[in-house]
Design a protein around this ligand. Sequence first.
Ligand code: SF4
Length: 379
Amino acid sequence: MPAGKLQPFMLAHSAETKKGVALRGRLLSWYKASARDLPWRRTRDPYAVWLSETMLQQTRVETVVPYYEAFLREYPTLTALAEAPAERVLSLWSGLGYYRRARMLHAAVKRVAAEHGGHVPSDVAQLRTLEGVGAYTAGAIASIAFKRRAALVDGNVARVLARLFAVEDDVKSTAGAARIWALAESLLPDGDGDPGDWNQGLMELGATVCVPRTPKCELCPVRGQCAARARGIAASLPRTSPKRKPIEVKRTAIVLASDDSVLLARRRPEALFGGLWEPPTADGDGAALARRLGVDRASLAPAGKVVHVLSHRRLVIDVARGPLAGRKAGRNAEHMRRRWPIPGSEYDAVEVVAIADLPRRPHATLARKILAATARIGV
Ligand code: SF4
């Protein structure tokens, strides 16, 4: 039977063979000698590990570093974050994307403060009861911060294990993911290494050596144990089904601005980009939105097109600009909501905001792009 067809019950056994032992030894030595010096690797503080692992989901290391450092400067402890205003937390996350992560982290941290005396649980099952903490994050916190024998699988780990064991199933399918998780669990060090270092070693190998498309096998510390390399199929693994093309959605953003102020709307908490501020935007040509804002759509000047690609949608946004007509910044949101009701479920508040205050408002990169399209406003 080829390695790619191993049955699940055989995986634990296979990983405990000499191959598993050799893998652990070589990878752990390589990790200790070659790991990149990243700020979250200088601590075992569970809160800092949790924060970094949350930020790193779907986001590149280079992007995360300044956000991680700024976040810890302002909220150095879990208790400090638990007491932080939600709007400030989102502000610090602005530009990092996947804002649900920030809202979930904040909710979970508050629960740890209230129910666990501010101490992050070390047990995977307990961790998984927290908002936004899935199997990966729970495994990362338990293994890295507490040195527990807890596995984790992210895209890098899935790729490395699929290649080392020549797993030819789609690693995102139920069966393929189960096989990768079974491998990750069976390979965990048991008295012969730190599970946190082992997990980080696998991720580091995937991020720097066993990279997608063209793995650098000649630099790999475990090339002698790699089944995919031996069979000459490394570059074709892991197998995944083709990604679905994002659906294109046409929208219109209306930027009502004066020299020093702009009208912004806050997205409903449950909506995409929930809690973030942006120029009011709606599907279609913007005629209905303009009516609700009390402006004539035909009087608005075109200010360019913004394209923003999300995981499943490609937003193509026509930006239209008009004058703010003397409305001043600093009026309360309730007053503005009465004056400019926003239809539908996307927004729960509108406000005229001083342009100088924009950086302090939580906003997505998309909002910056829309504002930049109007040329005079940059955040
Ligand atoms: Fe990846 Fe190549 Fe190392 Fe195998 S030998 S784990 S394919 S880098």
